[in-house]
Design a protein around this ligand. Sequence first.
Ligand SMILES: N[C@@H](CCC(=O)N[C@@H](CS)C(=O)NCC(=O)O)C(=O)O
Ligand SMILES: [Fe+2]
Length: 295
Amino acid sequence: MWEAQLDASLARPQVTGFYDKPTGSIQYVVADGATRRCAIIDPVLDFDEKSGAVSTGNADALLAFIEESRLELEWILDTHPHADHFSAAHYLKEKTGAPTAIGDRIVDVQALWKAIYNWPEFRADGSQWDRLFADGEIFHIGSLPVTVLFSPGHTLASITYVAGDAAFIHDTMFMPDSGTARADFPGGSAVRLWSSIQRILALPDTTRLFVGHDYQPGGRDAAWETTVAGQKRSNTHVRSPTSEADFVALREARDKTLPMPRLILHALQVNINGGRLPEPEANGRRYLKFPLDGL
Ligand SMILES: N[C@@H](CCC(=O)N[C@@H](CS)C(=O)NCC(=O)O)C(=O)O
Ligand SMILES: [Fe+2]
C-alpha cells in the first residue's frame, strides 16, 4: 500500500549530509523545495568520554545551515535509539521549539534498557518525544509526504523515512563496500534485519538511499549516498545470490568479532530519554550511571 503512496509523490527533496568523523555518523537536513520547510534526521550531540565534556558543535552547524539556507525547521527526527553517540534531538527542540519524533517501538527499547540500568522511575512509554510513528504512517515536511517504514533488526525500534525519491535507511545497509549494520545489540536480530533490508530493496531502483554511518573502509573519503540499484548490484552483504540463511550466518559471525561501541552504555541512557541528559544533582552536576558486567 505504501509503495503506491510513494509512486504518487516522487518529489526530489534536497538532502544535505553532515558527517561526524569521531562517530562515523551522518546527520541530515532534508528540505522540501516547494515550501522551504525541512527536517533534521539523526543529529549528534558531541561528547568526549575522556573528559565528560558535552558540546553542541554538530547541532549548531545544522542550525546555522538551516538559517543560511533560509529553511524553516519543522521536525527533529531520529531513525533509532543510537548506541554510539548522544542524540541532539532534545537540545535542538529546546533551541527551536520544533517537535521531536521516533518510531513507536521505542517503548520496547525503553523497557529493555530500563531493566539494564535498574532505573525504576524511568517512564518507558515514549512520552519523551512529541510524536511516535507507526509502520506505514505518513507525515509531511512542508508539502512533502514522508512514509515511515518499520525496519528493525539493528534495534527493536528502527524506522526508515521515505521522502519522495529519498530514503533514510540509517543502520540497515551501509555503503555497498561496507555491507550492513550489526544486529547484536540487546533486541537486535539478523533475521529481522534481513527482512527490513528486503523491504528497502523493494523500493524503486532509482531511490536515493542515505545511510546512517560510514567508517571509511581502506581510508577512502566518507560517503553516504547510494541507490537501491547500487545496493542490489554491489552491497557486499546483500547482493544476489545471497540467501537469508547466508546473510544471517555472515552477520552473526561478523557480530561475534565486534567489540561493543565505545559509548553504548553512555548513549542509551540519554537516547531512551529522548536525548535528555540526566537531571543535575544537588551540586548542579549531571552524572551517568551504568552497570558493570551488565551487557
Ligand atoms: N567503533 C565504533 C563502532 C560503532 C558501531 O558498532 N556501529 C554500529 C552502528 S550504531 C554498526 O553497525 N557497526 C558496524 C561495524 O562496525 O561493522 C564505536 O565504538 O562507536
Ligand atoms: Fe546504530
